[in-house]
Design a protein around this ligand. Structure first.
Ligand SMILES: *[C@@H]1O[C@H](CO)[C@@H](O)[C@H](O)[C@H]1NC(C)=O
Ligand SMILES: *[C@@H]1O[C@H](CO)[C@@H](O)[C@H](O)[C@H]1NC(C)=O
Ligand SMILES: *[C@@H]1O[C@H](CO)[C@@H](O)[C@H](O)[C@H]1NC(C)=O
Ligand SMILES: *[C@@H]1O[C@H](CO)[C@@H](O)[C@H](O)[C@H]1NC(C)=O
Ligand SMILES: *[C@@H]1O[C@H](CO)[C@@H](O)[C@H](O)[C@H]1NC(C)=O
Ligand SMILES: *[C@@H]1O[C@H](CO)[C@@H](O)[C@H](O)[C@H]1NC(C)=O
Length: 231
């Protein structure tokens, strides 16, 4: 009786052990490693495996139904690269484009897989202004400073600061930001209308913050001792 009881208990323990070991045999964990992910720059997706990476186990990254990397080989090496670490492997997407978004990416490790949709809501995503496409015009007349800045493509919405003659800062109510959706990003116009009285502008510095980074949009210093509209 005692012997049968022991057998029963050891069978029970075996079942408990088996279900624990199946549960702990987890799938890899995948996520966007680059934060923030920036359009036009390299973005890394990471596949973390359980324990140490076993180099003999098959590794793949898929995009939709296509295999894009497989054990160090890439289907397009100008676009996709694999990077191995001790505890996983990464997919590097070179020059991230809008067309790379809203696609399902899957990492495959042996028989296990992990997938997610790369969306701009997933983690931190930014589109930085490019100097040659941002246009800035400004004018000083009748006691008013007027500035117009146009960002054809940006994300998130920029927040701009205008400093003139190194000590005056345009009031926030003088700065109006209008944005339209362009796909998932924005096209933004910023207008500034600040009463400056008789102040003559010799220096003008416009800095806009886009997500995690500050951009100097305009850094003007009068070449003469005169004001802009005079000189
Ligand atoms: C992306 O890069 C290309 C060339 O490097 C540039 O012409 C383009 O303006 C950039 N676009 C964005 C949104 O950064
Ligand atoms: C790595 O994978 C190979 C092939 O699947 C297997 O034979 C080997 O035992 C694994 N090594 C480790 C340390 O898990
Ligand atoms: C590589 O994968 C992409 C999927 O992103 C697919 O569109 C393309 O046709 C593949 N190229 C080759 C050469 O297999
Ligand atoms: C990704 O998006 C597609 C289409 O919207 C959906 O069918 C799929 O289940 C999503 N996959 C994941 C892992 O969320
Ligand atoms: C920005 O201004 C231009 C005209 O200068 C206009 O066509 C465009 O619709 C404006 N965009 C926004 C987001 O208001
Ligand atoms: C963009 O323009 C600003 C102001 O004119 C300048 O200070 C900055 O160096 C430029 N950045 C690049 C990357 O050309």
């Amino acid at each position: 009786m005692a012997k049968e009881g022991n057998t029963y208990i050891s069978r029970l323990l075996f079942v408990v052990w088996l279900s624990f070991s199946l549960a702990s045999d987890t799938s890899p964990y995948c996520y966007v490693k680059t934060s923030p992910a920036i359009l036009n720059e390299t973005v890394e997706l990471f596949c973390k495996v359980d324990g140490q990476l076993n180099e003999s186990t098959t590794r793949k990254w898929e995009r939709g139904v296509f295999v894009i990397t497989s054990n160090d080989k890439s289907n397009d090496s100008s676009k996709y690269k694999e990077r191995k670490t001790d505890d996983g492997f990464a997919l590097q997407i070179i020059k991230l484009q809008a067309s790379d978004l809203n696609k399902e990416y899957t990492c495959v490790y042996g028989f296990k897989r992990c997938h997610f949709n790369l969306t701009i809501n997933l983690g931190n995503f930014e589109v930085h202004p490019v100097n040659k496409t941002v246009t800035t015009t400004w004018n000083e007349a009748a006691g008013k400073l007027e500035v117009q800045i146009k960002f054809p493509l940006v994300y998130p919405k920029p927040r701009c600061k205008v400093i003139y003659n190194e000590k005056y800062s345009a009031k926030s109510k003088s700065i109006k930001t209008r944005s339209h959706h362009v796909g998932e990003f924005y096209s933004t116009n910023v207008t500034v209308e600040e009463n400056i009285g008789s102040v003559c502008i010799k220096k003008l510095k416009i800095t806009c913050t886009v997500g995690s980074k500050d951009f100097v949009i305009k850094d003007y210093t009068s070449p003469t001792k005169n004001c802009k509209n005079v000189g």
